[in-house]
Ligand binder design. Structure first.
Ligand code: SF4
Length: 212
């Protein structure tokens, strides 16, 4: 099964929670905040695709979206790569890693990506997402030498940006191989009880299957 950043984040929180969700396919019910995020993403995607606003978003986000559309960004760019970081079909059995980029504009030798975030800012997690998506993009587009990604925080009217040059790509690919390796090799998926159990939908207190 190909991995994604959300799976890797879940695994790092708790291998057992990852196992319940992604191997045993036990539903992780989306709360109201997650549903709101999904809705806003859908509205922004619709705007980037059609130029039509059907939903009020804060001025900063609207301005960034309008700028992206004016620069030729397209919504929902899906990238699937094999173990050698070569492009494969999204559902290919040889897909090793996958990512869906909210907006993408490629103009070789450069490219720009956009990501929408609702709710809190998680600096570490979001920086990791920027790193991974830059690696995916530079791997998928050999004619791109320099790429940038901007995370737009809808509820905070600010953004975070990172760029990557092709000269960094081999090191980044190795970094992600090492990061994903323990998850991909794991066969026990031991529980890691701690702070996260308070919110875990698989916890005993939420009548889930976990003993904690
Ligand atoms: S309740 Fe805690 S230990 Fe159990 S799966 Fe969730 S995070 Fe892991």
């Amino acid at each position: 099964m190909p991995w994604s950043l959300s799976q890797l984040s879940k695994y790092k929180q708790c291998p057992s929670a990852y196992d319940f969700r992604h191997n045993k396919k036990i539903a992780d019910p989306a709360g109201p905040a997650a549903q709101r995020g999904t809705d806003i993403h859908a509205h922004l995607e619709h705007y980037i695709e059609t130029g039509e606003w059907g939903y009020e978003v804060p001025a900063f986000t609207r301005e960034r979206a309008e700028n992206m559309r004016a620069c030729g960004h397209k919504p929902e760019a899906k990238i699937a790569l094999d173990k050698d970081w070569q492009v494969v079909e999204w559902n290919s059995p040889s897909a090793w890693v996958r990512g869906i980029i909210d907006t993408l504009q490629v103009s070789e030798p450069t490219a720009a990506m956009g990501e929408w975030k609702t709710g809190k800012v998680y600096p570490e997690d979001h920086e990791r997402q920027r790193r991974l998506y830059l690696s995916l993009l530079l791997s998928a587009y050999p004619g791109v030498n320099q790429a940038t990604i901007e995370t737009i925080y809808v509820d905070h009217s600010k953004s975070g940006t990172r760029s990557m040059d092709r000269s960094e790509l081999l090191g980044e690919q190795e970094y992600w191989r090492e990061e994903a390796g323990p998850m991909l090799r794991d066969t026990f998926f031991s529980p890691r009880p701690g702070f996260y159990c308070n919110w875990c939908p698989f916890s005993k207190r939420k009548t889930g299957p976990c003993e904690f």
